[in-house]
Design a protein around this ligand. Structure first.
Ligand code: HXC
Length: 257
């Protein structure tokens, strides 16, 4: 598939998608998001792929929505384009997405990062929601996901001042999983992806979905959801293999059935 604004590569069972508008710090124009979501959906359907990495380059994961494009829009024209319907499709990706981020992670870039299930950041990452400085506010989940991730007070501070935080602070607040030197962030994400790719895919996807339910459901409904997902996994071949391998003292080989 030929894309203009992203590149795609495959390593073992890992699909690697990189944002590719380096001259504008990977500013997210509408066409880039269209390409990105179409590719994530394609990788999600591909049985050979078990984990997805989403990355940018060392200088920028993404410096936000494309301000040139946005400056042209009126409230009505932007609403009619309904760009967030495309963003919403990212929530339905069933395979884990690992964000490998470095440099500027701002505005829509931060919102895109928060669509990832796990995040490895470079020490150089600066992460924030500067929309208020442009007279607007986040529109792709920045107020909702940031608040869930870092808590109400820190989210208020970041959103109302528009000032970004550095990677080590993001780590302290649980906004990212790991911070490593810039030469290492992609390698570290790849290693994590390979580790998860050896796990039974049905369990991986069931866990991803069930953990996300913890953000939406009251505890008793979440517990019910978990229990049903647990029962369902008992019907999988990989469950037979996992338990048999343990009893036979060997490594399991999971097939996703
Ligand atoms: C369009 C952008 C851009 C953006 C950078 N560029 N960010 N173009 N949209 N969001 C372009 C610059 O115009 C410049 O182009 C080139 O990238 C390099 O950027 P510089 O500003 O020269 O680099 P630097 O001085 O290092 O400053 C980096 C920066 C700054 C601090 C990240 O570029 C910046 O503040 N960018 C905007 C960040 C922002 O406000 N993001 C939120 C957007 S609103 P030229 O042609 O001059 O070389 C948003 C809403 C989301 O995201 C809504 C949901 C999708």
């Amino acid at each position: 598939m030929a894309y203009e604004f992203i590149t795609v590569s495959i390593e073992d069972a890992i699909g690697i998608v990189a944002l590719n508008r380096p001259k504008v710090l990977n500013a997210l124009n509408l066409a880039l998001i269209d390409e990105l979501v179409a590719e994530l959906e394609r990788l999600d359907r591909d049985p050979a792929i078990r984990v997805i990495i989403l990355t940018g380059n060392d200088r920028a994961f993404a410096a936000g929505a494309d301000i040139n494009e946005m400056a042209e829009e009126s409230a009505i024209s932007i609403m009619q384009k309904d760009q967030f319907a495309v963003w919403d499709r990212m929530r339905l990706i069933s395979k884990p997405i690992i964000g490998a981020v470095s440099g500027f992670v701002l505005g829509g870039g931060c919102e895109l990062m928060m669509n990832c299930d796990l995040i490895v950041a470079s020490e150089t990452a600066v992460i924030g929601q500067p929309e208020i400085k442009l007279g607007v506010m986040p529109g792709a989940g920045g107020t909702q996901r940031l608040t869930r991730a870092v808590g109400l007070r820190k989210a208020m501070e970041m959103l109302l001042t528009g000032e970004p935080i550095k990677a080590d602070e993001a780590l302290r607040y649980g906004l990212v999983n790991k911070v490593v030197p810039v030469e290492m962030y992609f390698k570290e994400a790849l290693q994590l992806a390979k580790r998860i790719a050896t796990q039974p895919p049905l369990a991986v996807q069931a866990i991803k979905k069930t953990v996300h339910k913890a953000e939406d459901l009251p505890l008793d409904e979440g517990m019910d959801y978990e229990r049903n997902a647990f029962y369902l996994l008992l019907a999988s071949e990989d469950r037979q293999e996992g338990m048999k391998a343990f009893l036979e003292k060997r490594n399991p080989h999971f097939t996703g059935r």
